[in-house]
Design a protein around this ligand. Structure first.
Ligand SMILES: *Cc1c(COP(=O)(O)O)cnc(C)c1O
Length: 396
């Protein structure tokens, strides 16, 4: 018998759950896009976007998804023939590199596979070998949403500094901004891309390119720049219409304003990170117990290399697919599919836990997984839920 009727929970790694307040803020007639409330509101969004990223530098806003932000970032800093170093730790890091290649950059790819983070030693070697400083930019994801690995961005900065290498350090934080701790300026990141539909709890449709003055200096000579993606008018528009190179995404802006109020001014960014951290620990604790007499294991072995926004799990042969189907049809929760590149895709599923997620939502997913494993006769340690509850009760 299916028990899935009731409010369905989409627990995939983006788009994430949108707070009712965000949706309600968007439910309004069209505002004037030339003066008045909307114009003032956008002025207030910019500093909050910077707070979330830990930067006092620049942020350009675009009407697009994360892929659009990738293209915006690349075209503003690169010229055709420029070399970029692509650090692959899953589908997304490699995807950003693929886009750079199609745009006309020369890509050197270091692929670390689907189960580990960037090996800093290999990056150090590659930078040292580049004595002529042909590499203009290093592209890396902080969190790869396919594998749920989290890369050490500070270690990459240190590697660049030790090599005395001037390449721009560019991070993709589309999955994890507002979930995993991040400090763009303190960590010495030159450029960062983010989207609104994951940690920022807003419907897909806006994305952001953050950049510092060093990246902006590259924009001076970049010959890939096109008028629409050019970041300069977007950070310093001579009139409001130019912020978005045309009509503003009016309703998205109202939604985003509300989401940023919740993150920055109400809960507070540190507390948002802490909430994600505790909820993720609860998930990991359940996985650890479930895996003791059975096939269940997190895709990334070491805890400090795992994201707090998404968790990729191997449930054993064919069981990722079976559990996802059971959760959706019988339990009322949709989990994330495995992405391209996993060795045996049907073994995996992904749990999204980014943004507007609290303890009962995470416990609901875990209870469903444990019930599903029992129903489908997937061997597992029986006290996974208790282990998760212990994390919640000790933190609360
Ligand atoms: C979701 C995601 C993307 C792609 O974003 P879209 O909005 O789907 O274009 C890129 N990188 C990472 C790390 C992501 O999580």
């Amino acid at each position: 018998m299916s028990l899935s009727n009731g409010r369905h929970y989409l627990a995939i790694p983006g788009p994430s759950v949108m707070p009712d307040r965000v949706l309600q803020a968007m439910h309004r007639p069209a505002p004037n896009i030339y003066r008045g409330a909307l114009v003032e509101m956008v002025e207030s969004i910019v500093p909050d976007l910077k707070t979330v990223a830990g930067t006092t530098q620049h942020v350009a806003m675009y009407i697009c998804n994360g892929h659009g932000a990738w293209e915006a970032a690349l075209t503003n800093m690169l010229s055709r023939g420029d070399k970029v170093l692509v650090l692959g730790t899953g589908r997304f890091g490699l995807g950003w590199g693929d886009m750079a290649r199609v745009l006309g950059a020369e890509c050197e790819v270091l692929d670390f596979g689907m189960r580990s983070d960037v090996d800093i030693d290999r990056v150090t070697e590659t930078l040292a070998a580049d004595t002529e400083h042909k590499i203009k930019a290093v592209l890396v994801v902080q969190v790869d949403t396919a594998t749920s690995v989290k890369n050490d961005i500070q270690a990459l900065r240190a590697a660049l500094d030790e090599a005395g290498h001037p390449a721009l350090l560019c991070t993709d934080n589309i999955a994890c901004l507002g979930c995993d701790e991040y400090h763009m300026d303190d960590w010495g990141v030159d450029l960062m891309v983010a989207g609104c539909q994951k940690g920022l709890m807003t419907p897909p449709g806006m994305a952001f390119v953050y950049f510092n003055d060093k990246a902006d200096a590259a924009r001076e000579t970049a010959n890939m720049v096109t008028p629409y993606w050019d970041w300069r008018p977007r950070v310093d528009p001579d009139y409001f219409y130019r912020y978005f190179c045309g009509t503003a995404p009016t309703h998205h802006l109202y939604g985003l304003r509300e989401a940023l109020t919740m993150i920055v001014h109400e809960e507070g960014l540190e507390q948002v990170w802490r909430r994600h951290s505790v909820l993720t620990e609860a998930i990991w604790s359940a996985l650890e117990v479930w895996g003791q007499p059975g096939p269940v294991r997190p895709n990334i072995a070491e805890r400090d290399k795992r994201s707090h926004a998404v968790t990729t799990v191997n449930f054993g042969p064919g069981n990722g697919l079976r559990l996802r189907e059971w959760m959706e049809s019988d339990y009322g929760v949709t989990l994330g599919i495995p992405l391209e590149g996993m060795d045996a895709p049907d073994d995996y599923l992904r749990i999204g836990h980014m943004g507007h997620v609290n303890a009962h939502m995470v416990m609901g997913v875990l209870a469903g997984l444990q019930a599903g494993m029992a129903a489908l006769q997937i061997p597992h340690g029986a006290t996974g839920l208790e282990a998760a509850m212990k994390v919640i009760s000790e933190a609360a």
